[in-house]
Ligand binder design. Sequence first.
Ligand SMILES: C[S@@+](CC[C@H](N)C(=O)[O-])C[C@H]1O[C@@H](n2cnc3c(N)ncnc32)[C@H](O)[C@@H]1O
Length: 226
Amino acid sequence: MSPGEIAPGIFILQGRDAVRLATRSPDAVPVYGERIQNGYRLWDPYRSKLAALILKGKGQAISLRVDSKILYLGAATGTTVSHLADIVSEGLVYAVEFSARSMRDLIGLCERRTNIIPILADAAKPEDYAPLLEPVDLIYQDVAQRNQAQIASLNCARYLRPGGGLCLLLKSRSVDTRASPRAVLQLELKKLIGLELMGINDLEPYHLDHWAVLGRWNPGSGEETS
Ligand SMILES: C[S@@+](CC[C@H](N)C(=O)[O-])C[C@H]1O[C@@H](n2cnc3c(N)ncnc32)[C@H](O)[C@@H]1O
């Protein structure tokens, strides 16, 4: 496979019969069972919604630099966090997770990576981690909670630098199992205060009933997105 860099730190490996996404890491230990080839870690779109978004060609709005700072809400055991840490190799990923069980695995990952800061906290209470944080370039949120949009708004208002980006993974079934996913999406978008909407993308066929909502922090642009 010959790697091509499609964005800083993000690679496409072109095989004989398949195209695969990858990031590059000096750490040769797999994080979630992914294959590692010559320093490239294959990035599985079925395991990571961000990989799905990028493979669908919709990841440009995230525009990360090698020194970007990211606040990641809903880090779990670090599947997607680990790839973001590869990409922002001279930056930082603040990884918030409220499950102590997941945090144990995440801390194991942090022992091998110096640019991930694990934070055991509830993302719905952003004031709790204020002493650990600085303004960030991107907030990435994947918490699958009923109040997802409200959590995103609270964190953006507190930690996103002006012009910074939001990538909100919205799981419609976590909000309402009976309403149609599109109806849920429309209602949730109205709760994203201070964000200029840059794109809304489904993640099919990799993840069903999920949307990646991309926004830019611009509190002067109006009261609400529509
Ligand atoms: C769908 S999983 C995230 C998967 C992860 N983003 C990845 O791609 O590797 C959702 C995670 O969010 C965490 N979570 C849910 N609500 C949270 C909250 N209010 N604060 C912090 N973490 C939360 C859950 O414990 C779970 O680990």
